[in-house]
Design a binder for this molecule. Structure first.
Ligand code: SF4
Length: 335
């Protein structure tokens, strides 16, 4: 496990923000609001570490991952990528300048059915990044593709087959092979196991853990199910309404969740012994990112809500070795 404080971060996210304007349709197109998908998000990711980014659907996790990799242009903020002796702010680069850096950062997508081109063989799919970045061709490329297919548990002799000939788990292995064939430093796995059966999920998680050790990968693992990230993440960042509300080491987060929303997520995790289950009542519905409430965005659902929660948005406070965005802890730490 990485010791985050002892090494320089590979990735430094500083006040990253991504808003999508909402327009009124009609003769005159006018902006009438904003979807605040990612709002002032800051965290570090250390070499060899796995950081889980969790929260319910629509909280901005995927947008955060896509904005870090510059599949989306940030509205504001900085994304510092530290590689060897260079330090680059990805947020400020043009697409031409980004191209050489893209080989060091790859993404594994959620849906293994729609993320693979059905008209390409899996050999071509896995080899495509090598061709685009002119890293290999001909027999060398075929050998690298075969090696990577073997490494992810697929038969290299099946490289001439098309995606429809494979199961969901096998297709996700193809997606992983494609992401890793260029030996990236950073991989963002976006709900990489959510579309799979539970038994296949375990196989893919085990495979990712093996590959992380073998290739010395740094992983940002995005998931809506907090129980999935528990076994593979060193730290977990919990996201709600576009903001990180708690960031802690995995064991500490599960043993002593601080933010009421983290407790709500953990109360939904099924346990073999129901008596040990955490019960945390909550009210209300998932928040609409285009119409956020004032103050703490979780306040309409929070049983601890007080007057200042409705008015003031809590910052991410340092609290007992973790970070929590909740007025409960700001008050405790002040006195
Ligand atoms: Fe609940 Fe207030 Fe904390 Fe928000 S700031 S989570 S409303 S106690």
């Amino acid at each position: 496990m990485t010791q985050p404080t002892e090494t320089a971060p590979l990735l430094e996210i500083k006040t990253l923000t991504k808003h999508f304007p909402v327009y009124r349709q009609g003769l005159v197109r006018r902006e009438i609001g904003r979807v605040r998908a990612v709002d002032n998000v800051s965290f570090n990711l250390y070499p060899g570490e796995t950081l889980g980014l969790v929260g319910e659907s629509g909280c901005g996790k995927t947008t955060t991952g896509r904005t870090i990799l510059r599949a989306l242009t940030p509205s504001s903020g900085e994304v510092w990528f530290n590689s060897a002796d260079t330090r680059t702010n990805l947020a400020g680069l043009e697409s031409k300048q980004l191209k050489p850096l893209r080989r060091q950062m790859q993404m594994i997508f959620q849906d293994p059915f729609s993320s693979l081109n059905p008209r390409m063989t899996i050999g071509d799919i896995v080899g495509e990044p090598l061709r685009i970045h002119r890293m290999a061709r001909g027999a060398v490329l075929r050998a690298q593709v075969a090696e990577m297919l073997h490494r992810v548990g697929l038969n290299p002799e099946h490289a001439s087959r098309y995606p429809h000939a494979f199961s969901g788990g096998q297709r996700q292995r193809v997606g992983i092979a494609r992401a890793l064939v260029m030996r990236p430093q950073l991989v963002i796995a976006d709900e990489a196991v959510s579309a799979l059966d539970v038994s296949v999920q375990a196989q893919i998680i085990n495979l990712l853990e093996e590959l992380q050790t073998e290739f010395n990968l740094t992983l940002l693992f995005i998931a809506h199910d907090i129980s999935v990230v528990r076994h593979m993440c060193d730290r977990i960042a919990v996201m709600y309404a576009g903001k990180i509300v708690e960031l802690a080491k995995t064991d500490e987060l599960f043993e002593n969740p601080c933010h009421p929303y983290t407790r709500l997520l953990l109360s939904a995790v099924p346990l073999p012994d129901p008596d040990k289950k955490m019960h945390f009542p909550a009210k209300g519905q998932v928040v609409d990112l285009s119409r956020l409430p004032t103050g703490c965005a979780f306040h309409p659902r929070c049983i601890h809500c007080k007057e200042n929660c409705r008015t003031y948005t809590p910052d991410l406070y340092d609290h007992e070795g973790r970070q929590v965005a909740c007025h409960l802890y700001a008050e405790q730490d002040q006195f």
